[in-house]
Design a binder for this molecule. Sequence first.
Ligand code: ADP
Ligand code: MG
Length: 245
Amino acid sequence: MKSKFIIDIQNVYKFFHNVVALKNVSLQIKPKEKVVIIGPSGSGKSTLLRTINRLEKIDKGKIIVDGFDITDPKCDINKIRMEVGMVFQNFNLFPHKTVLQNITMAPIKLKKIPLKEANNIAFSLLKKVGIEDKAHVYPAQLSGGQQQRVAIARALAMKPKVMLFDEPTSALDPEMIGEVLEVMINLAHEGMTMVVVTHEMGFAREVADRVVFMDEGEILEVGSPEHFFMNPEHPRTKKFLSQIL
Ligand code: ADP
Ligand code: MG
């Protein structure tokens, strides 16, 4: 029977030498759900996101993505990576490729989409993220906010079922945060399944179905954004929120 979850993380552990980066983490995400992950630096947020497309291998537990057990060595991870888009804090664009080439490269190489069609898709995505006029420039010629919007367009070009965002606005100057969040909010309203590590609680309030608080590799509290604003329970959640709000 096919699971009703698009992502099913079961009792996952991840160690880096003697550091426990993830400690018995379980989290189930339904299609179209938007989950925001918060927590102090070093709490395992990035590691958790990276396990979902196996950029990090886990040491114990199980992760099922769209029905595929990605912890099974026989799993075709490239297929899963096509379904799971990822956006990083530092954009990670290819510096020697134009904006257009950044967006079309994976669809052409991995999905064998003809160049012309890939270009059409790229232009419509650039329009969606508000920078159609930048197709032929290089990343270094763009502001941080524009680069991050290209990174989002690039991930969307693969038509993923899930989008993972790892602190997508934390490397940006304050005046550019809004333009990136706006693109993410629009994506949320279109029904994309999203897992977002961010401390932008306004974003959480607007789109999150659930907020997950992590500390020291563990999920300590899960609830609605309102729950976290009104009555966070765990002392460490309270302490963390008092520092960021
Ligand atoms: P967060 O994203 O919440 O700041 P991370 O997932 O990056 O936390 O890190 C969780 C823990 O794992 C931290 O103690 C960090 O130092 C450690 N860690 C993460 N990646 C590595 C790595 N590649 N090698 C060694 N330790 C790592
Ligand atoms: Mg991180």
